[in-house]
Ligand binder design. Sequence first.
Ligand SMILES: Nc1nc2c(ncn2[C@@H]2O[C@H](COP(=O)(O)OP(=O)(O)OP(=O)(O)O)[C@@H](O)[C@H]2O)c(=O)[nH]1
Ligand SMILES: [Mg+2]
Length: 209
Amino acid sequence: MDTTAQPRTELDLELVTTAYLSDQLPAIDAPQIALAGRSNVGKSTLVNCLAGRKALAKISATPGKTRSLNFYQSHAAGYCLVDLPGYGYARCSMEERAKWGKLIEAYLRKTDRLRAVAALVDCRLPPQRLDVELVDWLRSRRIPLILVLTKSDKCSQRDRESRKKEWRDLAHPAFPPVLFSGKTGLGREALCRILAEAAFNPGETPPVP
Ligand SMILES: Nc1nc2c(ncn2[C@@H]2O[C@H](COP(=O)(O)OP(=O)(O)OP(=O)(O)O)[C@@H](O)[C@H]2O)c(=O)[nH]1
Ligand SMILES: [Mg+2]
């Protein structure tokens, strides 16, 4: 595949499968990039924005919408995006939260085709404990990290830049943090390039400090 070509305007993402339990995790041959982040941060919106579709992934203003792992494959780009259930959603039972946690961890541990995790964080907020924990866990497992600052349409230019710097200093991500908006499409092209690079040219993972 020629990754130097201009990114397509729309990714031909197609939902190939859904997993609610760890024994339902599919064996997909394509490189995979998982989308992780707090409930409501905009993971499913990002899938729709990249696909140029409104309702490929279900989105909701109520946190906790995505409750399964959803595998979206792009045949043209040759990789798969995995929309994970969000974490930090308070209004579900402990039992349900433990079940999701196990499912996500089973996926991240087991998948040998995982090439990177795109960690989505809210551009309006300073780094939150749960987000920092995710980043630390990924680093400890040497999983390349793509930081995506979502909802940046709701931030001033000044806040965007300082948030980007905060995250760069804190997380040493494998790829530069991307300012993104599912509403305006800001950062969409940059993210497409980074996803293709992460999927096919993973390069060196920065050392764990
Ligand atoms: N203004 C703005 N709103 C956004 C953006 N991204 C997501 N939203 C809104 O935030 C809400 C949550 O978006 P989702 O994409 O469902 O979030 P999610 O991370 O998939 O949430 P879970 O499935 O609960 O984990 C929806 O009301 C979206 O319209 C963005 O970039 N800008
Ligand atoms: Mg979702």
